[in-house]
Design a protein around this ligand. Structure first.
Ligand code: HEM
Length: 409
């Protein structure tokens, strides 16, 4: 069965529902007829993610890749080429790198995080507020996370701008992506060297202070940007889409019947930002929910499918209760490689959506009823565009009444 983005992104519930007829572990072909197992059952996904001895993150063990049988220029290659960072590490090495990373993220104070997010959001909103309309994907959800991360990593303002442009080009794929990646690497290298000589209060400095080498610090920053930017943008865009697209949600938010974290939680269940995790490799022949997986096979774990496994999660009728008040979805993964940045990403997205909603409280879709066009990715679930409108005069008047950045709400 081919695993292509076109069918998957249009209606994931229908797509995975059809796949479920073949069981919780399905043989699929990626682009270029590359075979893999797609793990779609909630219990099967958990089993794979939590047993990192049988299902390793070390993709160097993937048989097809080891035997050099991947097609030349394969589009998913950047997601499977093993790198020297925590995502591909295991055992003590993984614990050491991940421990330093989590400890460094943990040193970012709540106030600093909130003010950084508010400063970036205000600058982005100021740039389009007078127009009365904007594309919330390209003008807000996409630039926001990278700008916040650049600030928290301690990049000087002029380099942060270059870094943003490089990351956005890299995420866009296409011909300039490789050059953009070179530029990103060189900006990170310069910055890490600078922080070795001139330590400050930022994540780059704290990674070095936690005992990582300059090289490991570079790899960690690169990974954080690549793992964090697209996923946070997608979460933000889909939360904004729910807010702008449903009058009921806006009424409930105004009356306090719903709150933004509840809407964000619903998005994690129904439109998980990272649809598929590529992946894991079986280290032995193993039976996985009645399917025999061979040593060296690639498994793609599908948080999107697991979260929509209605038979296992809440059933159709209890789905709403799960969606807002329960965090047993697999959107952050599970086990040893579970996302270490969930609190940071949550604060970032919540801050971004709340500030937008505070400033543009009559935000609505410019073309209601028009079907969402999704980006053609099997990994990140994000609308290609989100055109919204608001009353610009009302927004200007409202801006004068807002609390200054950094004030506790
Ligand atoms: C909506 C936002 C995000 C989502 C949905 C998300 C999701 C995930 C998932 C599913 C994994 C597990 C991958 C696996 O099991 O192989 C992961 C790992 C990771 N994420 Fe996130 N992530 C988000 C934001 C971020 C941010 C903002 C950062 C960095 C600042 C980040 C850094 C990482 C890193 C470093 C790993 C690898 C951890 C390890 O290998 O131990 N993520 N993320």
């Amino acid at each position: 069965m081919p695993l292509s983005s076109s069918e998957m992104v249009e209606d994931p519930a229908v797509f995975y529902g059809r796949l479920r007829e073949h069981g919780p572990v399905v043989r699929v072909h990626l682009d270029g007829a590359v075979p893999a197992w797609l793990v779609i059952g909630y219990d099967a996904c958990n089993r794979v993610l939590r047993d990192d001895l049988t299902f390793t993150r070390d993709l160097a063990l993937w048989r097809i890749s080891r035997e050099g049988r991947l097609p030349a220029g394969w589009p998913l290659a950047p997601h499977v080429i093993p790198m020297r960072n925590m995502l591909y590490a295991s055992g003590e090495e993984h614990t050491r790198l991940r421990g330093a990373f989590k400890a460094s993220l943990g040193r970012v104070g709540q106030l600093r995080l909130r003010t950084t997010v508010a400063r970036v959001t205000d600058a982005l909103i100021d740039a389009f507020v007078r127009d009365g309309e904007a594309d919330l994907v390209s003008q807000y959800a996409v630039p926001l996370p990278v700008a916040v991360l650049a600030a928290l990593f301690g990049f000087p303002a002029d380099e942060a701008d270059q870094l943003q442009r490089a990351v956005l080009t890299l995420l866009g794929g296409g011909e300039s992506a490789l050059d953009a990646n070179d530029l990103l690497n060189s900006l990170i290298s310069v910055h890490v060297r600078r922080r070795r000589q001139d330590p400050r209060q930022d994540i780059a400095t704290w990674l070095l202070e936690a005992g990582l080498s300059e090289n490991e610090t570079r790899e960690s920053l690169w990974l954080a940007i690549n793992a964090g930017v697209g996923s946070s943008s997608a979460w933000m865009a889909n939360t904004c889409a729910l807010l702008a697209g449903t009058e009921d949600t806006r009424i409930d938010l105004r009356s306090g019947l719903q709150h933004i974290p509840g809407v964000m939680s619903r998005v994690l269940w129904d439109h998980t930002p990272v649809q598929q995790v590529i992946g894991r490799v079986a280290t032995a022949d193993v039976e996985l929910h009645d399917t025999v997986v061979s040593r060296g096979d690639l498994l793609i774990v599908s948080p999107a499918a697991a979260n929509l496994d209605h038979a296992r999660i809440g059933g159709d009728t209890r789905r709403d209760i799960y969606a807002e008040g329960n965090a047993s979805h697999l959107s952050w993964g599970n086990g040893a490689h579970e996302c270490p940045a969930a609190p940071l990403a949550t604060a970032l997205v919540q801050g971004g959506v709340e500030r937008l909603w505070t400033r543009l409280d009559d935000l609505h879709l410019t073309h209601p009823g028009q079907p969402t066009r999704w980006s053609p990715s099997i990994i990140v679930r994000i609308p290609a565009a989100l055109p919204v409108s608001w009353d610009a005069a009302r927004a200007r008047a409202r801006a004068t009444t807002l609390a200054p950045i950094g004030a506790r709400s």
